[in-house]
Ligand binder design. Structure first.
Ligand code: THU
Length: 130
């Protein structure tokens, strides 16, 4: 699937967001190394801290399907410029990729392409554990 199509999948996922508290809907789509695509959206909770970001929900779907190496992550919000993943999501992407392509997009059609290492240089990784 092309990067453009991955962004479209993230946009479609955004429509599934459950965000009644922030009203800030986020959609994500990840492409695994084997080409499979998994989607996620943010799912909030009345106990606010339990809310889970779109990216981490998409990654959970991928990992549960056995896809542990991500090649690209698309995130769609309403923000301009397009919003970048939060720190917790960056670290989660790092767990399942070496240097994923990040496609940050919005509903206006803006797309910013970057990489995980640009957003999370010197990431802490499991192979650094004793
Ligand atoms: N959110 C995401 O889904 N991804 C991010 O990377 C940043 C924030 C969600 C969490 C919460 O539901 C809403 O956006 C506002 O913070």
């Amino acid at each position: 699937m092309s990067n453009d199509d991955l962004v479209s999948q993230a946009r479609a996922a955004r429509a599934l967001a459950y965000a009644p508290y922030s009203n800030y809907r986020v959609g994500a789509a990840v492409r695994a190394r084997d080409g499979r695509i998994f989607i996620g959206a943010n799912i909030e909770n009345a106990s606010y801290g339990l809310s889970v970001c779109a990216e981490r929900n998409a990654i959970a779907a991928a990992v549960l399907a056995g896809a542990r190496e991500l090649q690209a992550v698309a995130v769609v919000t309403e923000s301009s410029p397009p919003a970048a993943p939060c720190g917790m999501c960056r670290q989660t992407i790092a767990e399942f990729s070496r240097d994923a392509i990040l496609l940050l997009a919005n509903e206006a059609g803006e797309v910013v392409q970057t990489t995980l290492t640009a957003l999370l240089p010197l990431a802490f990784r499991g192979d650094q554990l004793p």
